[in-house]
Write a new protein. Structure first.
Length: 110
């Protein structure tokens, strides 16, 4: 279940943390990004924009996604949907998203 905290900056998460995934024995691959200098973040004058995506290296399944900054409360839903319906990290990365949006940055997050 996706969760969001509507603060400044916004916080959002779905699924397992990196530590929980390791503890459960998954072969974790972690994609961490400081996105504050990305075009989408600069468009909104964000001073904080960060993501961490936890993926099972063996199955390419998304295990968790965590966001700080603008649009995190929306991005987390995309990752939650992927987790629920078994959409792999490669599939979500290869999808075409409207540009310039924060969701178009998903391909760079992974």
């Amino acid at each position: 279940m996706a969760t969001s905290v509507y603060t400044v900056p916004e916080l959002a998460a779905v699924g397992l943390t990196e530590a929980a995934a390791i503890q459960k024995g998954f072969a974790t691959e972690v994609h961490t990004n400081d996105m504050h200098d990305w075009f989408s973040a600069r468009t909104y004058a964000e001073t904080v924009a960060w993501s961490k995506i936890v993926v099972d290296r063996l199955t390419d399944r998304i295990l968790g996604a965590h966001f700080v900054g603008h649009a995190g409360q929306e991005l987390v839903n995309i990752f939650g949907l992927a987790m629920r319906f078994g959409i792999t990290a490669s599939q979500i990365k290869d999808n075409v998203y409207a540009y310039p949006t924060f969701s178009s940055d998903i391909k760079h997050m992974l």
